[in-house]
Design a protein around this ligand. Structure first.
Ligand SMILES: *Cc1c(COP(=O)(O)O)cnc(C)c1O
Length: 463
């Protein structure tokens, strides 16, 4: 069998096991009371699946790189900013890519070592940069002004931070504008094809022997694999040009970003890390030799398939002849899907009141969320087994950029998130990843301690 066929067969078997684990988890969540009338929406994380994806990522690059090539796979924390997830990934050999003081604090709370952390935001403050360099965290400068700040910091105190510049090869976008980072006018990095920019970058390295990394993250969901590979090829070519110009191997590490797309249309994991790594090795064969260390920053592709939002159907109704299931999962847990349903469709699954998969026949229905605007729909006109009051609707592939990205519309509380594994005795064991938010916490976070702040505030009387 060739690699691609082998991949597909393995991915199919893995997908089947993942779906079976998920079904078991939904049933057990209902049986154990994690999900029910008083816990009407939860997020579930498949710990087995997360471990598998982490192992697949590492194996994929090991298979194509010379033995001993330094590789840091840094999980893009923004995809699933949950401390226990970061700890799990750290245990599985995956570091952290952070883009804010909050994300850095999460990574540190999870125990991710500074040497396995990369800081990449487009708007780093002087204080953030100072902290990163004091800790020894890798930083990629986004633009000339940020590089000037690094100049000052590097000049004032020694640092162990590996430092680089983020470039935008401007190779074009994918099918989703909001996640296309390598367009002509993207806000990220130094736009390489702008007049004089390439020469500026080369000179910046020539003048700063401490710049040893080069970074590009050329896309995300909606980007064709070929374009991702081109982004890496362009980054590699620039590193070679810089090293040739300075006459030594100053750039020793390429940070190739993340962005592997996720299959939201079906169960299978496709494309696989193995396929991407093989394509990279084919199209940029010099990478195999291990002359450059690699940093990767995958987010969505590591977690998306391993998360499920499950919500109780509070009411089943009809309107204008349309069947509508009113559930507790909507814009607060699936913000992108609700606001941009064309770009971010989600697969849904129907479960009965005991959490067992509902059999067909399918009927066309809307699956609505709890928020008070008419567009709050997880899916519109979707064929699914008929959802009745007390059933459960599950939004699949929501482990990244969904339930950990709560949107506080209608002051809806953040749902609890639970990790699960088979318990070895035919059941399922759960662990709390994040407690459900209480209504008291909602009040506290909404200025509850400052109830009189505005009524007590008066402009002086006009005389
Ligand atoms: C968002 C982001 C990533 C992760 O992208 P995914 O599509 O989730 O893999 C990696 N690097 C940077 C700089 C990012 O902004």
């Amino acid at each position: 069998m060739d690699h691609e066929v082998e991949d597909e067969v393995a991915a199919g078997a893995e997908a089947g096991r993942r779906a079976a684990r998920r079904d078991e988890a939904v049933r057990a969540a209902v049986a154990q009371g994690l999900l029910g009338p008083d816990a009407a929406v939860v997020g579930l994380l498949d710990v087995t699946g997360i471990r598998e994806s982490a192992a697949e990522l590492r194996a994929a690059f090991e298979a194509v790189l010379a033995p001993g090539t330094p590789v840091l796979h840094a999980f893009a924390v923004k995809a699933t900013p949950l401390v226990p997830v970061l700890r799990l990934l750290h245990e599985a050999g995956i570091g952290a890519e952070v883009a804010s003081p909050g994300e850095l604090a999460l990574a540190r709370a999870a125990g991710v070592p500074v040497a396995r952390t990369v800081l990449d935001s487009p708007a780093k403050t002087p204080a953030e940069l100072r902290e990163a360099l004091a800790l020894g965290i890798a930083v990629n400068a986004d633009n000339p002004q940020e590089l000037a700040r690094l100049d000052a910091l590097v000049g004032s105190a020694p640092t162990r931070s590996p430092l680089g510049i983020r470039v935008n090869p401007q190779i074009g976008g994918g099918s989703i504008g909001a996640t296309s980072t390598a367009t002509e006018t993207s806000k990220f990095g130094v736009a390489l094809r702008d007049e004089g920019a390439r020469e500026w970058v080369v000179r910046a390295y020539a003048e700063r022997p401490w710049l040893t990394r080069l970074h590009a993250h050329t896309g995300s969901q909606g980007i064709p694999l070929a374009l991702l590979v081109r982004g890496v090829a362009e980054t590699f070519a620039l590193a070679e040009e810089i090293n040739a110009r300075v006459g030594r191997r100053q750039i020793d590490t390429l940070d190739i970003g993340g962005g592997l797309p996720v299959n939201f249309a079906g169960e299978a994991t496709t494309p696989t890390y193995a396929r991407y790594a093989r394509l990279l090795a084919e199209q940029v064969p010099e990478l195999r030799a291990g002359r450059y260390g690699l940093v990767t920053e995958f987010g969505r592709s590591l977690l998306a398939k391993h998360g499920t939002v499950v919500a109780r159907v509070e009411y089943a109704k009809r309107s204008g002849g349309r069947r509508i299931a009113v559930t507790h999962a909507g814009v607060q847990v699936a913000t992108r899907t609700v606001y941009a349903p064309g770009a971010w469709p989600l697969r849904l699954a129907a479960y009965d009141a005991e959490g067992r998969p509902k059999p067909g026949p399918e009927v066309v229905q809307d699956v609505a969320g709890p928020a008070c605007f008419s567009g709050d729909l997880l899916a519109e006109g979707r064929a699914l087994p008929p959802l009745e009051q007390g059933d459960y609707a599950a939004a699949l592939d929501t482990g990244a950029y969904y339930f950990a990205h709560h949107y506080a519309y209608n002051s809806l509380a953040r749902p609890g998130i639970y990790g699960f594994v088979p318990d070895g005795a035919g059941g399922v064991a759960f662990a709390t990843v994040r407690e459900p938010q209480t209504v008291a916490e909602v009040v506290a976070e909404s200025g509850g301690a400052h109830a009189s702040a505005l009524t007590a505030l008066h402009a002086p009387e006009r005389r």
